[in-house]
Design a protein around this ligand. Structure first.
Ligand SMILES: CC(C)(COP(=O)(O)OP(=O)(O)OC[C@H]1O[C@@H](n2cnc3c(N)ncnc32)[C@H](O)[C@@H]1OP(=O)(O)O)[C@@H](O)C(=O)NCCC(=O)NCCS
Length: 438
């Protein structure tokens, strides 16, 4: 394993900066296996976390203790009932787990402090005993009952990185051991994190020894359901099972990657190829093509915005004529947002985002960005390289939230130049290069 060589070149900085608007203000859950905390690469991981923080990405850390628990057990000649918190935890194992947790949390705290970051070890997890399953008493093993998300969020808002141990406390304050992979998912759900990054001693999710690079959630689901031949090693299968729950609960991207690789974390987050396994869900599930019978609904949805000149003027007939280019965002059967994707026959490498609208009651929940990302994704899939947006009042949204850059009339396809001059709106022209997502 090459721990020394950096894979990031100075020129990659520009590539990294492209991702900044997409991740700005989001929360990433970083789950460190106990073995990775022992690895010489830990200081580099903590530096990578400092880079994420400098880009205004919020970070929460959950850690495991399996490796440390095993070595404590050996050095003290105290047998343990289970190392990873998924089996039975008897009293002596719990005692060692508490010691191992304190040690590991401290190591992370020390490393983050050396990287100039503020952090805090928290007791934000209320747990309940797993109890008796199939006649086996799991004793001091617990599952998450409640997460004090507002406490964690308060720390995050104060630029403090919460460090969460694989330990919880029941209603009476008694300690229970929790599996860290499961804990990472529960905390990520509670904090509405957009990513979980599992850092482990593996190049990613290996199926029959072969690394899976990208895995749609449906494929992972059927893989886990049909894996009777144990093609996935036990601890990885456990991670994958928890990842499945995470993706099904709206965490759109979960990564399993090698914590031993220098720059692995940064390369995974800021490159299209990544270095480990990316498990992804369909974050566009609520977006679909508009139907022909929805012309009137669409017109009424966007009319107030047309009146305020936020959107270019459109009547029912023009929506009807271009209904095939419209996509809608639907919640409980109601249309609450839309976007149109305009293609240009004379310039097939370019698309335009038009008629972007989100109902005021639903604004500032990330739906506008999702509609723009969806349009970019659809354009990229159909071979476009550039996306344009013309805006009179929302150019800052495109620039600061969606990562567009100010462009000029020369970037418009010929037919669009004419309508741009004719309509007199003097919209600002914005553009963005399209690339696959990570
Ligand atoms: C622009 C619009 C689609 C954004 O939808 P949204 O669902 O609120 O967007 P998101 O939740 O993804 O992003 C919200 C962020 O964008 C910012 N934003 C929204 N509209 C903005 C604008 N006109 N100028 C600057 N920033 C804007 C918000 O302040 C918010 O920032 P914050 O997260 O730092 O608080 C919505 O405001 C809208 O429908 N506006 C009227 C129609 C319009 O102008 N469409 C664009 C025509 S090209």
């Amino acid at each position: 394993m090459d721990n020394e060589k950096s894979t990031i070149k100075p020129a990659d900085l520009r590539g990294i900066l492209n991702y900044v608007p997409r991740f700005l203000g989001q929360t990433f859950m970083i789950s460190l296996d106990g073995s990775i905390v022992e690895n010489p690469n830990l200081p580099n991981i903590l530096l990578d976390i400092a880079v994420l923080r400098s880009l205004q990405i919020n970070v929460v850390i959950v850690h495991g203790i399996g490796t440390q628990l095993k070595s404590l057990s050996q050095s003290r000649s105290i047998p343990i009932s289970n190392a990873d918190g998924s089996g039975v935890t008897d009293e002596p194992t719990l005692d060692l787990a508490i010691r191992a947790s304190s040690r590991v949390s401290h190591q992370i705290l020390e490393g983050l402090t050396q990287s100039g970051l503020k952090c805090a070890i928290t007791n934000s997890i209320r747990a309940k005993p797993i109890g008796i399953l199939k006649g086996v008493d799991y004793q001091r093993s617990g599952a998450v009952e409640l997460i004090d998300a507002s406490f964690l969020q308060h720390l995050i808002d104060k630029n403090i990185i919460p460090i969460i141990q694989p330990i919880g406390y029941d209603r009476n304050g008694h300690t229970l051991r929790i599996n860290s992979d499961a804990l990472a998912v529960e905390v990520a759900i509670a904090l509405k994190a957009t990513k979980i990054l599992y850092l482990a001693e593996t190049s990613g999710l290996l199926v029959d020894g072969t690394l899976k690079r990208q895995l749609p959630v449906e494929e992972l689901k059927s893989l886990l359901e049909t894996d009777i031949s144990d093609s996935i090693e036990r601890s990885l299968k456990q991670k994958a099972t928890h990842a499945l729950r995470g993706v099904m609960s709206d965490i759109s991207r979960i990564h399993i990657l090698d914590g031993r690789i220098h720059d692995g974390l940064i390369s995974e987050v800021f490159s299209n190829e990544g270095v480990g396994t990316l498990i992804y869900g369909n974050e566009y599930a609520r977006i679909r093509k508009a139907r022909k019978d929805e012309v009137a609904q669409l017109y009424h949805l966007i009319r107030s915005s047309i009146d305020k000149e936020e959107l270019a003027s459109r009547d029912m007939e023009s929506i009807e004529n271009s209904i095939d280019s419209f996509y809608v965002y639907e919640i409980d059967g109601n249309l609450i947002g839309c976007v149109a994707i305009i293609e240009y026959p004379e310039k097939t490498d370019t698309i335009e985002i038009s008629s972007l609208y989100v109902h005021p009651l639903y604004q500032r929940q990330g739906i506008g960005l999702k509609l723009v990302n969806f349009a970019c994704h659809t354009g990229f899939e159909s071979g476009a390289e550039t996306v344009l947006a013309l805006s009179t009042q929302s150019f800052e949204f495109f620039e600061s939230v969606c990562g567009f850059e100010v462009s000029n009339v020369e970037s418009l396809p010929e037919s669009r130049k004419d309508s741009y001059k004719d309509n007199g709106r003097q919209s600002k022209i914005l553009s963005k290069k399209l690339e696959s997502e990570n």
